[in-house]
Design a protein around this ligand. Structure first.
Ligand code: HEC
Ligand code: HEC
Length: 388
């Protein structure tokens, strides 16, 4: 009897999180927490892509995503680097296609809500970004003609194309390449992370539901307070935990010895030079309203060494971190923000990042909060055949 009572007391002591009162949250803090939701946001629609949201195009896109014949060697598919069972990334520090790349393969979760794509934002739409690796000699090394031919000559793909776009694949090779990009984009827009324990806490806090809020571990609550206090949200903003823009966090910008990755600066140049941007003939947005950002983007000195602010949903599962995969774990990232030296920040103006000088315990809290943005994602079933 006594043993059982002692054991019960020990068990209660060992399970301090559930049922414990949440920390005190000021109205300002609650507003800050509320700004990271609700989740999920309204469905993303891209007006420059006429098949955005179209089920037949999503199906075609899912097939193309795993299609190695888009590449020159007929051996590299999107899904080799953005792996379905691995949160749509490869787990490597730097991507590897036909050769090793300079940057890490980002996860594709929630990519449909971005407005710039790639670490340097060299693409302004998901379909433009989906064309880039097909043609890039280091990634898939494919060609416009090769993709067009495949869509015309493969019976299944041609049939899937007709269902998605309403006409059989035509004679215009470049248009077919772009349409492949648009189907790939329609598919990627469906990659949405489920709700997380953070979302339940956020909603409970907004609703004033203390009991529901107390289910969120105290450690994560302390980490969330650090996140708010350190102004991480000035870049990791809103329900996606990114403002979709670019920033400098003091990560070195060398691609390899003596070779610089200029980040956003080079990205803007590549964006402007490409025939596939939203200002070109391939955008389906008749109003042109969705091209406003592209029209106004200008290279500035501070863009040198800036990289796209990554969203933080599912971040605990998508390491290694940063554009070059140089930080292996979330604790390494917390340490980075704890110690970053002002000399390493090369942007002009007032830096948004400063060394936080976190204690070991505070780093654990911060990581615990970041991990509360993870969720178990349902396994994606193999796609249905394109045509019976
Ligand atoms: C060889 C590995 C590799 C292959 C193959 C590959 N990617 Fe990527 N992907 C990357 C890397 C690396 C980046 C980051 C590129 C950069 O910033 O320069 C990236 C970036 C992206 C992004 C931007 C994500 C974001 O958050 O901005 C999208 C979207 C994407 N790839 C889709 C695709 C599609 C669609 C295909 C197939 C047509 C594909 N990728 C093939 C490695 C790969
Ligand atoms: C100035 C804008 C800015 C601020 C402020 C900022 N970040 Fe970041 N964060 C970025 C950028 C940009 C990257 C990617 C840097 C790179 O790839 O070189 C990043 C990367 C990360 C990553 C790695 C994600 C990944 O997928 O690689 C985490 C985690 C992170 N930040 C958390 C935080 C936390 C926690 C804070 C507050 C202490 C914070 N950030 C403050 C801009 C910012």
């Amino acid at each position: 009897m006594r043993r059982a009572a002692l054991l019960a007391a020990l068990l209660v002591a060992a399970a301090p999180v559930a049922g414990q009162a949440p920390l005190d949250w000021t109205p300002d803090e609650i507003r800050a927490v509320a700004s990271h939701g609700p989740w999920p946001p309204p469905v993303a629609v891209d007006r420059s892509n006429r098949v955005s949201g179209n089920p037949a195009a999503i199906l075609l896109g899912q097939h193309l995503f795993e299609e190695p014949r888009l590449s020159a060697s007929r051996q590299v598919a999107c899904g080799d680097c953005h792996q379905a069972g691995r949160d749509w990334r490869d787990g490597r520090a730097r991507g590897f296609g036909l050769v090793e790349l300079d940057r890490r393969t980002p996860s594709l979760w929630n990519v449909g809500w971005q407005h710039w794509f790639g670490w340097d934002g060299a693409s302004d739409s998901l379909w433009m970004q989906s064309i880039r690796p097909i043609l890039d000699p280091r990634e898939m090394g494919g060609s416009t003609r090769g993709v067009a031919k495949l869509l015309r000559e493969d019976r299944q793909l041609a049939c899937g194309y007709e269902r998605a776009f309403g006409t059989a694949p035509g004679a215009d090779d470049e248009r077919l390449l772009v349409d492949a990009g648009k189907a790939l984009a329609a598919f990627q827009q469906t990659l949405v992370t489920p709700r997380t324990s953070f979302d339940d806490f956020r909603d409970a806090l907004v609703a004033g539901d203390t009991i529901a809020a107390s289910r969120y571990p105290i450690q994560a609550q302390r980490g969330l307070k650090l996140f708010i206090g350190a102004n991480c949200a000035s870049c990791h903003f809103g329900s996606l935990f990114t403002n979709g823009e670019f920033g400098d966090t003091g990560v070195p910008f060398f691609a390899r010895d003596g070779e610089v990755d200029s980040g956003r600066l080079g990205g803007i140049a590549r964006l402007r030079a490409s025939p596939f941007n939203r200002l070109g003939q391939h955008s389906d947005d008749a109003t042109d309203a969705s091209a406003t950002r592209t029209r106004h983007v200008e290279r500035q000195h501070r863009n040198f060494g800036e990289f796209r602010v990554p969203g933080l949903r599912q971040v605990g599962r998508t390491g290694p971190y940063m554009h070059d995969g140089s930080l292996a774990t979330l604790d390494d990232v917390a340490q980075h923000y704890s110690e970053v030296s002002p000399d390493r920040l090369h942007s002009d103006g007032v830096p948004l990042v400063r060394a936080l000088g976190l204690s070991g315990e505070e780093r654990v809290d911060l990581v615990s909060f970041l991990r509360s943005l993870d969720s178990d994602t349902p396994k994606l079933l193999p796609p249905a055949p394109l045509c019976p």
